[in-house]
Design a protein around this ligand. Structure first.
Ligand code: GLN
Length: 467
């Protein structure tokens, strides 16, 4: 599989899904190590995996799609990578992303934009060039495209506000954001520490469960990981959904949601009802505040996280600061190293955190976050097992349309259905349901209580078999 994967990665180079591809020697070395170190009955032995460029993998750069880290070569493996390697996987390379995970198109990267493989042929103008394409979603767009194009067995992404589920949805693959605290963030370069979770992208539900079972678990190197039931979550093939209580939250329907997304949502709920599930309309009334709340909390944590990139310890360093002072070196380094989106968020975050603004913005947003969390608690208390919601508001937009969206503001609306799960720390999975009229994947999302990955997989597997 590794040879085939490498050939496919080369063949689909025009998708620009990768920021780094391992050399043949490095792949052979990994295969040798897998043969020696992993157990013979590991289901992942010798399987090709790709990793988003904000995770540390020894021997490969970790650029985060940014000039700031364009020469950063981490000396250690992220815990999730280490666990996968111990299970025998081969890391084929690193995948493209929006700079530091900020965005949802994989259009804002120093490595250039990634192209969605769906619908690409209609834009072909020569053997290697295209005059437009659909965005793959983001920020884990490279990972989603690698899976969708069949370049690997599975991909690791990260999810802070939807960055695994959004590209999974646009690319028609399965994307899991696990419960916060079940999968270690050690070695994942932070965006928003209180919301970041390593994500998983695969072609199908069972493969996702296998990767999740390998990656999960308490880690002494991440104090936010927890000890919990470690039994395997792999779904049974013959599961029934009789008696499953599925909540359909009306608050997830919002302005700008495409008619075919709504139709897909309703018709899937109808199918599940026919199959014996109990469908129940529920309300999570604070969902409508999640975008505003996120757009305060995200920049605040970003502002504090990005302070480490000062040009002194590692990363980019300006060679000619305008004045000969430490401040000028910081300023020039950060001006050169970060794109406008990142700099905008640093500015916004520091503004919200000013002593005079702290209560008005940051504290207020924390309170709203608590209400959003409480909304989820309330529905689980009513006996709802899982929620069925849309994942993105539309199918994958065209690149040229995406760029027209005012300063990425409108694109953040695409996170409407995904961000609340990050604020509540609950698990959520995006899965493809069918194709739209114009031949693009339409996906839905399943959200469950904390630690309910097994239930989510069970339901997702059932839906997968139906649609
Ligand atoms: N689109 C969101 C943002 O730009 C989500 C990012 C993410 O999940 N990493 O912040």
């Amino acid at each position: 599989p590794v040879k085939e994967s490498l050939a496919a990665i080369r063949k689909f180079k025009h998708l620009n899904a990768f920021t780094f591809v391992a050399s043949e020697e490095l792949l052979e070395e990994q295969l040798r190590n897998a043969a020696i170190n992993s157990s013979q009955d590991s289901p992942l032995r010798g399987l090709p995996i790709v990793v988003k460029d904000n995770f540390c993998v020894r021997g490969m750069p970790a650029t985060c799609g940014s000039k700031m880290l364009s020469r950063f070569d981490p000396q250690y493996n992220a815990t999730v990578v280490e666990k996968l390697i111990n299970a025998g996987v081969v890391v084929m390379g690193k995948t493209n992303m929006d700079e530091f995970g900020m965005g949802n198109g994989t259009v804002d990267s120093i490595h250039g934009p990634t192209k969605n493989v769906w619908g690409l042929e209609k834009f072909r103008c020569s053997s290697t060039s295209f005059d437009d394409w659909h965005v793959p979603g983001g920020s884990s767009g490279g990972s989603a495209v690698a899976v969708a194009a069949g370049l690997c067995f599975g991909a690791i992404g990260s999810d802070t506000g939807g960055s695994t589920r959004n590209p999974a949805s646009y690319c028609g693959v399965v994307g899991l954001k696990p419960t916060y605290g079940t999968v270690s963030r050690h070695g994942l370069i932070p965006l928003v520490n209180s919301m970041d979770v390593p994500g998983i992208l695969t072609k199908n539900v069972v493969n996702c469960a296998v990767l999740y079972d390998t990656m999960k678990g308490w880690d002494s190197k991440d104090s936010t990981t927890v000890k919990f039931d470690m039994r395997p979550t792999t779904p049974s093939q013959t599961g029934s959904i009789k008696g499953f209580r599925i909540g359909v939250p009306k608050d997830f329907q919002c302005e700008g949601m495409a008619a075919d997304v709504i139709e897909c949502w309703k018709s899937t709920a109808d199918i599940l009802e026919k199959e014996g599930a109990q469908i129940q309309e529920v309300s999570l009334p604070h969902t409508k505040y999640s975008i505003v709340c996120y757009s305060v909390l995200n920049p605040c944590e970003v502002a504090s996280n990005m302070a480490r990139y000062d040009g002194l310890r590692y990363g980019h360093r300006a060679t000619k600061p305008r004045q000969n002072s430490t401040e000028a070196l910081y300023a020039q380094t950060r001006h050169e190293g970060f794109n406008l989106v990142v700099r905008g968020r640093i500015l916004a975050g520091n503004y919200f955190l000013l002593k005079s603004n702290y209560d008005k913005y940051f504290l207020q947003a924390l309170k709203v976050r608590r209400l959003i969390q409480q909304d989820f608690e309330n529905v689980w208390e009513k006996g709802v097992d899982l929620l069925l919601t849309p994942c993105t508001l539309t199918t994958a937009p065209k690149y040229t349309d995406f760029l027209k969206w005012d300063n990425r503001k409108q694109s953040s609306v695409q996170d409407y259905c995904t961000q609340s799960a990050n604020m509540a720390g609950v698990p959520a999975l995006s899965m493809p349901i069918k194709l739209s009229q114009d031949g693009l994947p339409l996906s839905l999302q399943l959200i469950g209580p904390r630690f309910s990955e097994n239930k989510i997989f069970e339901m997702a597997k059932f839906v997968e078999n139906l649609v």
